[in-house]
Design a protein. Structure first.
Length: 343
């Protein structure tokens, strides 16, 4: 089996590559990544010499380069992780989200149509469903919940999902879509809540919680997401959407307090800053379909996963400190300066 993994130098894509090379040592994995600010080749250093692995720096919107790659590789499966993924950046500058997340998806699927494919898998997000109210804990996102995106990021992902479904119906492209809740784990870029709070706490810097911090996210350890995608590409039914999530809802403020406790840092580091525009209140996935059809269940409990994640950030300081010392400094100053916080 020859699999093209796009966005494999980012957080979930790299974890997926490690997972697949271990679970299926006879598979060939070709990683396609533009290496944007969020992509990091050093993340992949442990597999760069693996003869079953190839890295190629390509933008998924670059049609000739993508077609050339398909001619060379004849992939059986494409798993598309490549995306602009940060909601706050999408609020500042939506356009690149439309380009990569929508046009890039179309280019990849056109290549699949032209050269033939056994499966195109789109890695989507629970954010396409919008949000749920805090006072209705009985409500969950199912695969039939209407698309109702809130941010430029989530609407670009929703548009991509619609295109994927349209290519299935119109061209009979053999597609699947997974919509997963918030992931956490190793190699998570430190602009996102959990790694940002770990890095700031370790540096004794303020911990900027948006608004009251009562927004709820449904957290899943990244390896559980990777296993779900592995199952879907092998056993999932063509044309279907699978929700992936672990019934692990937490308020942001409680996560930040837990990180303080685990690191022995005072809660006085927490600062409430200006809220995110259009901030989604609660995400909660109903994973019944993937459980019933494919037997998937999350394996890592949050209490264990967060300890493992914190340990990884303690053991891999160079990885995130290198990021923090680069272009990220300007991003942080701008994004959090606006919210009333200065480094
Ligand atoms: P990330 O930002 O860490 O990684 C994205 C990767 O895509 C980077 O390596 C980047 O260089 C690459 N990339 C960006 N634009 C590209 C382009 N035009 N061509 C080629 N490569 C490009 O993101 P992540 O958190 O790993 O998310 C991966 C996917 O999973 C995304 O599609 C995201 O929407 C989805 N998702 C993420 C989460 C989460 O909690 N992080 C949850 C559900 C779904
Ligand atoms: O500094 C912060 N302070 C804060 O309170 C940051 C970065 C975030 N937050 C809040 C906003 C959210 O309510 O924490 C929550 C989580 O924020 P993010 O880590 O930015 O994730 P979220 O917006 O929930 O989106 C994530 O999950 C779904 C991923 O980034 C998306 O790519 C994925 O689709």
């Amino acid at each position: 089996m020859n699999i093209i993994v796009t966005g494999g130098a980012g957080f979930i894509g790299s974890n997926f590559i490690f997972y697949m090379l271990k679970a299926h040592p006879d598979y060939r994995i070709v990683c396609v990544d533009k290496l944007t600010y969020a992509g990091n080749l050093s993340t992949l250093k442990s597999v760069l010499d693996n003869p079953q692995f190839r890295f190629i720096k390509v933008d998924i919107c670059d049609r000739p380069a993508i077609y050339q790659l398909f001619e060379e590789e004849h992939p059986d499966v494409v798993v598309n992780f490549a995306a602009e993924s940060h909601v706050d950046r999408s609020i500042e500058n939506p356009e690149i989200f439309l380009q990569t997340n929508i046009i890039g998806t179309a280019v990849l699927m056109d290549a699949c149509r032209k050269y033939g494919i056994k499966r195109y898998h789109q890695v989507s997000t629970d954010e396409v469903y919008g949000d749920l109210p805090l006072d209705r804990p009985d409500l969950f996102f199912t695969e039939t919940t209407p698309i109702h995106a809130s941010s430029p990021y989530s609407s670009s992902k929703a548009a991509a999902d619609l295109l994927v479904q349209a290519y299935h119906r119109t061209y009979k492209l053999p597609v699947t879509i997974s919509r997963c809740s918030n992931n956490y784990g190793p190699y998570h870029f430190p602009e996102k809540l959990i790694p940002l709070m770990i890095a700031n706490a370790l540096n004794n810097k303020p911990l900027p919680v948006y608004g009251e911090g009562v927004n709820v996210r449904d957290w899943l350890y990244v390896e559980d997401h990777c296993r779900a995608i592995d199952l879907i590409i092998h056993k999932g039914r063509e044309g279907e959407v699978y929700n992936v999530g672990g019934h692990n809802e937490m308020r942001n403020i409680d996560i930040v307090k837990l990180i303080c406790k685990e690191l022995g840092k005072p809660e006085s580091l927490i600062i409430h800053v200006q809220d995110r525009k259009g901030h989604d209140m609660r995400y909660a996935i109903d994973p019944t379909k993937i459980h019933n059809e494919l037997g998937w269940l999350p394996e890592t409990k949050f209490a264990d996963g967060i300890k493992k994640t914190i340990r990884w950030y303690l053991d891999n300081r160079t990885w995130w400190e290198t990021i923090l010392s680069g272009e990220y400094k300007n991003y942080y100053e701008q994004m959090y300066g606006k919210r009333g916080l200065h480094a």
